[in-house]
Write a protein that binds this ligand. Structure first.
Ligand code: PDD
Length: 286
């Protein structure tokens, strides 16, 4: 199925979908984005994504962007795609102006939405879990903003793929685990479901929030904590969570087995409960 594309107010063909060379998103990475998944013809967790988008826009001094208009454009573009299980990419750059670091607030933002059929990629995921490597976290101190400045992420993800593994798990210069290049990271130790607390070091993942709600509903003890890489290696379970991976067990880290070396029971329990919430359409912000 072809990609459906929305650019600056209208649906366009791939040939028409052109961005001026002076777009600040292109020149400076001066842009924010969201990645939203649909299940069976319904955009999953749309309200939560819009809330995070508003936070990102506010944090980069673009709070004037009307998120109701963006929501309408997302719905229109998704409806036009007729793709039941899609990944919707939303990208809002500050706009077009001759290259100069300082921006003005009167630029017209560039709004791009694409909808792609990702069902083959989802079908290729391995329910038995996947391997990961660790990599230094070279990013800035505002990783809570979903900005398109993803160079450290793309470099680390590519090192992971070249190593034949799924994800690179990033390690802060102070020695603790932050997140994956495009996923949140959870671990289980002492029977508790753990992840790093929110702050400038990690994205406030939509799936992270939903998985923490599920853990609470399931009566699983939880803790938000920092974990050193040494302790992380000894975790009973490690799993990724995110829009594109749901809950994905990591069974090997830097070539060593994680826990039993198989997908762990807590990850599998959370994955099943996540699937039930998707089925029920239970995604409203709490
Ligand atoms: N990435 N951490 C980072 C650095 C991410 O880029 C993402 C999402 C996540 C998971 O967040 P969520 O649950 O909201 O998807 C965590 C998207 C999918 C991407 O960049 O393609």
């Amino acid at each position: 199925m072809p990609e459906t594309i929305y650019l600056n107010g209208r649906l366009v063909s791939p040939e028409e979908a052109l961005i001026p060379i002076n777009d600040r998103g292109f020149l400076f990475g001066d842009a924010v984005y969201e990645v939203i998944r649909s299940y069976d013809g319904r955009l999953w967790a749309l309200e939560r994504h819009l809330q995070r988008l508003a936070q990102s826009l506010g944090a980069v001094d673009m709070g004037y962007v009307d998120t109701d208009e963006i929501a309408a454009a997302l719905r229109e573009t998704y409806a036009a795609s007729a793709i039941p299980d899609a990944v919707v990419y939303l990208h809002i750059s500050r706009g077009v102006a001759p290259r100069s670091h300082a921006y003005s607030r009167d630029l017209e933002p560039t709004v791009l939405i694409t909808v792609r059929d990702m069902s083959a990629r989802f079908a290729a995921m391995d329910p038995a879990g996947v391997a990961a490597i660790t990599a230094p976290d070279l990013r800035w101190r505002r990783c809570d903003i979903k900005s398109t400045n993803l160079l450290p992420n793309v470099l680390a993800k590519t090192r992971a793929r070249e190593a034949g593994v799924y994800e690179a798990i990033l390690v802060h210069p102070d020695g603790y685990v932050t997140e994956g290049t495009s996923t949140s990271v959870f671990w289980v130790r002492g029977g508790r479901v753990c992840t790093l607390s929110l702050g400038g070091e990690v994205l406030p993942g939509i799936t992270r929030g939903i998985v923490l709600e599920i853990a609470r509903d399931e009566g699983l003890p939880m803790v938000e904590e920092r974990i050193s890489l040494d302790e992380f290696r000894k975790a009973d379970e490690i799993f990724l969570v995110g829009t594109t991976v749901e809950v994905y067990p990591i069974i090997s880290l830097d070539g060593e087995p994680v826990g039993s070396g198989q997908a762990g029971p807590v990850a599998l329990q959370l994955l099943e409960a996540f699937g039930a919430r998707v089925q029920a359409g239970d995604d409203a912000p709490r």
